[in-house]
Design a protein around this ligand. Structure first.
Ligand code: ATP
Ligand code: MG
Length: 433
């Protein structure tokens, strides 16, 4: 749809800067209000100034009215005649009428003169009022535009600060904050929200950089192991069958480790991007049983005492992700245990929530370290070491977050961890959906 030329011209010539727009709006509003007031004052003054002069305190009379009055017979000319006096005849009434007419014409001339003078005076007063008021309004409009420009500049200063900070912010420079001082108005709220957003972005970018650095370091480790194993074997002048087989085993183990890590990273990426089906039926008890079966060899090897108290714990969620979360937690309880230690696994439904609780003995875990273990590639022994990638708890946390819950972990005074996950029980979930 094409717009009329005048509208397009107006849109093109309308200023783009908010400060100019605000100034123009202030000035236009002042001019409109002033003009209205001026019109009102002018109307009131014009109505209160009489158009005709009042004669001897009586109501003003037009010249025609006055002449009409003069033509009427004089009241004295028709006075009743008293007995014994002579009724004035045509001869006596003539001079009296002439005198009245003369007097009338003199008064008429005076009245006409005073009317004209009053009209001129009224016109001059109104003209002066209009002229000086219009001049005053013009000057005041210019002054108000100037004041509007200054006020708009002050009001928009925080916006300029926000724009400047946003322009300077980049991936490398997210440390800057607006930190706007002053009253808690809308602009301060905007500046604070912007600061919060920068804070979150800063944290996210830092975490992402650390994750990329850790991931590349961890992925390089099996490659280094493979290269070293191959180089050492090849450096031997006479390689025996045994040496070659040992090298193959080490390379195979390193490949397995790299595969596990890539698999874990993929799971983490899937769960972190929220691509999960949250409606598949899932029983935490069955998943825990499967995980215990998978860890049976290690349980035997470490001679762990297992206490399983698995009541059905039906919930709904992404089967693959939840399976991974449960197996990671059970695997941790077995792997990070001490020989001859114990593992307790319990599940069930409590107050409308399905729960899975895994407790294990093991080395002491300082309580203040527990939250950091949920970060990717964090291990109790440090960044390097241990046979795991350090992604198990990060995955468990991410899967729980996708399902709208958290993994609660507490360090046990006797050593090891006490970990619990709760999810809405299936029946309750459907009831409240
Ligand atoms: N149940 C537990 N008892 C004692 N320590 C634990 C337990 N679970 C985790 N930890 C500690 O937290 C660290 C991080 O655990 P996480 O599961 O993330 O990684 P991982 O088990 O080392 O490797 P991955 O699970 O990727 O194979 C572990 O290295 C271990 O030090
Ligand atoms: Mg683990």
């Amino acid at each position: 749809m094409t717009r009329p030329v005048s509208l397009r011209w107006f849109r093109r010539s309308w200023p783009q800067k908010v400060r100019t727009k605000l100034t123009l709006i202030y000035a236009a509003l002042f001019l409109a209000g002033g003009s209205l007031l001026l019109g009102l004052t002018y109307g009131l003054v014009a109505a209160s100034l009489p158009e005709r002069a009042a004669v001897s305190g009586k109501a003003p009379m037009t010249q025609d009215e006055f002449l009409k009055l003069c033509k009427q017979p004089h009241p004295k000319a028709s006075l009743p005649v008293k007995s014994g006096t002579r009724r004035p005849g045509p001869k006596q009434s003539g001079p009296l009428q002439a005198k009245i007419k003369r007097q009338c014409s003199q008064e008429s001339a005076y009245l006409a003169g005073s009317q004209a003078a009053a009209a001129r005076q009224r016109q001059r007063a109104l003209h002066n009022l209009l002229l000086f008021s219009a001049l005053g309004l013009g000057v005041m409009t210019i002054l108000s535009a100037g004041a509007g420009w200054i006020v708009a500049g002050r009001v928009l200063r925080p916006v300029r600060m926000i724009t400047g900070t946003a322009r300077r912010a980049s991936e490398e420079n997210l440390g800057e904050r607006i930190a706007l001082a002053g009253a808690r108005d809308e602009l301060k709220e905007l500046a604070d929200t912007f600061d919060d957003m920068l804070e979150r972005l800063d944290r996210a970018f830092t975490a992402q950089r650390r994750f990329v650095a850790d991931a590349s370091h961890e992925l390089r480790t099996p490659l280094t192991v493979m290269r070293t194993a191959i180089d050492v074997t090849l450096a031997k002048p006479a390689r025996t069958q045994e040496q070659l087989e040992s090298m193959a085993v080490r390379v195979r183990r390193a490949i397995g480790r790299a595969e596990d890590m890539i698999d874990a990273l993929l799971t983490l990426a899937i769960s972190e991007h929220g691509r999960a089906n949250r409606n598949e039926p899932f029983n935490l008890a069955t998943a825990a049983e499967d995980a215990i079966d998978a860890a049976a060899t290690q349980i035997q090897r470490l001679d762990l005492k297992l206490h399983a108290d698995l009541d059905p714990a039906e919930t709904a969620g992404d089967q693959q992700l939840l399976d991974r979360m449960v197996s990671n937690l059970v695997d941790n309880a077995v792997r990070h245990n001490t020989p001859g230690g114990e593992v307790c696994v319990a599940s069930g439904v409590r107050d409308g929530t399905a729960f899975l609780r895994i407790t294990n003995s093991g080395p002491q875990v300082p309580p203040e370290v527990v939250p950091s273990l949920f970060e990717p590639f964090r291990r109790l022994e440090g960044r390097i070491g241990g046979d795991g990638a350090g992604l198990g708890l990060a995955i468990a946390r991410s899967v729980a977050a996708v399902h709208g819950t958290t993994v609660q972990a507490r360090s046990r005074p006797a050593g090891g961890l006490d970990v619990e996950v709760t999810l809405a029980a299936r029946g309750f979930r459907q009831l409240f959906r």
